[in-house]
Design a protein around this ligand. Sequence first.
Ligand SMILES: [Ca+2]
Length: 90
Amino acid sequence: MATLDDLQILLDNYFITDPTPNKSQGNFNFDNTVNVKDFLIWRTEFINMGGSLEGVNISLPNLPEPSSVVLLAIGLVALMRHHRPGRVVA
Ligand SMILES: [Ca+2]
């Protein structure tokens, strides 16, 4: 049984990884992480039970992404290692 309370728990625990899968924590597919897959399972179950999402404000948190600065730093380090003076290429 999927309820709006379950949705709130899912959203509160979004992106949380727990070693013990627990539906009551929003982990509907028991894969140790609460993410969009759990939301889709919840939504299907909720609608199949006759629930309506009309008027329900659902805004899933965005996937955290590494900042472009970190990516640039990783690229520069890789470039510096590739062009290191005295490097012998086999
Ligand atoms: Ca899950």
